[in-house]
Design a protein around this ligand. Structure first.
Ligand SMILES: [Zn+2]
Length: 194
């Protein structure tokens, strides 16, 4: 069964070892931030730094493992119809919108949505790291290191699927940042299968 995450919102749920989580972009050009915590010990959390270090690449796709802060594999990418995702930038937040967009009354962003979605498992906002940003298209200038947030390459119906390698708590959003989503806010869908 597919679940919908409404525009600019988030969801939290458990994903057991061996289950597959498929994240769909039903309309295209919409980012979904993904976080994972060890269900048995939520101090173990997905780690961008360790994953990119071990992959020796910043763009991940089918076959790539996503590691925790304890260097254990939490998830592995099983299937990917887009091939461009980001694992460099933190979830958008009130401060993102204040600092980058100049908003005076900013939305709580993916950060606030993730904090609310993960609160039932006792996860504190300070324990939210860099998320795996499904469909987010961050281009890097190899010479200067300059980054730009470009429109996602995902089209309507595109997906990325992950298999869980341990029992997990997952946080997932429909991203709230205009720039990441080519100027409009759209839903995200997800499905859990065995
Ligand atoms: Zn966001």
């Amino acid at each position: 069964m597919r679940h919908e995450i409404a525009p600019r919102s988030g969801a939290g749920f458990e994903l057991k070892a061996g289950e597959t989580l498929t994240v769909y972009d039903p309309r295209g050009e919409q980012v979904a931030d993904l976080l994972a915590y060890n269900l048995a010990d939520p101090a173990e959390v997905i780690s961008s730094g360790r994953t990119l270090d071990y992959a020796s690449r910043i763009y991940l796709t089918t076959g790539d493992p996503l590691y925790s802060n304890r260097s254990k594999v939490m998830l592995e990418i099983l299937d990917d119809t887009v091939g461009r995702h980001d694992f460099l930038l933190t979830p958008c937040s009130k401060d993102t919108f204040r600092i980058i967009y100049g908003d005076t009354d900013p939305h709580r962003g993916c950060f606030g949505n993730l904090a609310a979605a993960l609160a039932p498992w006792g996860i504190h906002p300070d324990a939210i790291p860099t998320a795996f940003n499904c469909f987010m298209n961050v281009a890097v200038d190899g010479a200067t290191g300059a980054i730009s947030v470009d429109p996602p390459r995902s089209r309507a119906g595109d997906r990325i699927a992950f298999v869980a390698k341990m029992d997990l708590i997952i946080g997932l959003t429909a991203c709230s940042a205009l720039q990441s989503n080519n100027g409009s806010f759209k839903p995200i869908e997800y499905e859990i299968t065995l």
